[in-house]
Design a binder for this molecule. Structure first.
Ligand SMILES: Nc1ncnc2c1ncn2[C@@H]1O[C@H](COP(=O)(O)OP(=O)(O)O)[C@@H](O)[C@H]1O
Ligand SMILES: [Mg+2]
Length: 317
């Protein structure tokens, strides 16, 4: 067979190919020329330095008579995968550092109240208040740990949800019953109209209720802290062919535009005592139910609107 055929075949190969004779390049295919970026023929190349000069290439070499054939595979995609994994690892490290910090401060606040409680100098009447505070702090810690565990399980792909038809009306009714007292104490009017008994979405009841509670809790909390003006939270629905939109609108303190893109990240909270896990977890749960969530606000004191979308039950795909 003619040498020209080998020559052409080597040119077409997807690997880098160099043939050296006593360290001098006698042949370099196109891929080697472009990767090494210089005129190679006749150049002296130190075989042991080749690897360090080309970090994104994995070289193998073997001798045939007085020639050394060096074949290099482009591994830059592996490097970018390593880079991606490193970023992922760093994100996780940060997540666990913040999570541990949050748990420690919650535990410390319980310990603080209990230390005062057992202090003999503290009056009996005051003790009751301290026990109440320790109890509330313990509830917060337990909610935090539950949210964290769920968030991590979803991130790891270990959490699966039921996919069942859920009647919105009765579920919302239950949630509103729970939150009515809270809204009243916070001087916020809560308006949730009834929807058709048979309006049904697909998802898991526990997850749906958790999401709605988080969103309504935020709406009430961030409306109650407003200094003046009306304080109202309104829920509305709109039926579409494939799904159902639920809109939670409040007349509260609103959100600055620069904060909007980060609200679904874990631990992003702009409220004292907030964990910043509510929206992050809600988004994950909604995505597991193949729904959507978006939050918008025209700015400080302009109120906030959260838009949720769920698949409708009984709709053929
Ligand atoms: N209805 C709302 N009105 C104003 N700000 C909101 C509203 N909902 C969410 N936010 C903003 O999003 C942040 C993240 O919310 P969330 O994840 O529930 O955390 P948290 O409630 O613990 O602060 C809040 O700290 C707040 O700044
Ligand atoms: Mg919240």
């Amino acid at each position: 067979m003619e040498a020209e055929v080998f020559h052409k075949a080597l040119q077409m190969m997807d690997v880098l190919c160099l043939i050296l004779e006593e360290g001098v390049v006698r042949f370099a295919n196109g891929k080697a020329q472009t990767t090494l970026g210089k005129k190679l023929l006749g150049q002296q190349i130190k075989e042991d330095l080749l690897q360090s000069q080309t970090p994104f290439v994995k070289w193998k070499s073997f001798n045939i008579g007085r020639y050394t054939v060096c074949l290099g595979t482009d591994v830059s995609h592996e490097k970018s995968e390593i880079q991606r994994l490193k970023g992922e690892l760093e994100k996780r490290r940060e997540f666990f550092a913040t999570a541990t910090h949050e748990i420690r401060s919650a535990a410390n606040s319980i310990l603080g109240y209990l230390a005062l409680f057992v202090d003999e100098e503290i009056k009996l009447a005051h003790r009751e208040e301290l026990a109440q505070k320790a109890y509330s702090a313990a509830l917060r810690l337990s909610a935090l740990v539950n949210d964290l565990l769920d968030y991590v399980r979803i991130e790891e792909g270990a959490k699966e949800l039921e996919d069942e038809p859920l009647k919105i009306n009765s579920m919302l009714h239950e949630i509103v019953e729970d939150l009515k007292g809270y809204a009243f104490r916070k001087d916020v009017e809560l308006q949730v109209p009834s929807v058709g008994e048979n309006l049904t979405i697909l998802g898991e009841k526990k997850a749906f209720c958790r999401v709605m509670r988080n969103i309504l809790d935020n709406a009430i909390k961030f409306t109650s802290v407003k200094e003046k003006g009306e304080k109202r939270v309104t829920v509305s629905f709109s039926e579409e062919e494939q799904g159902i939109s639920i809109t939670v609108h409040d007349t509260g303190i609103g959100i600055e535009p620069e904060k909007l893109p980060y609200l679904f990240e874990p631990f992003i909270s702009y409220s004292p005592g907030g964990t910043g896990l509510g929206l992050a977890l809600s988004k994950k749960l909604i995505e597991l139910m193949q729904g959507e969530i978006a939050i918008r606000s025209a700015g400080t004191d302009k109120g906030t609107t959260v838009e949720l979308w769920f698949r409708r039950a009984g709709v053929e795909k």
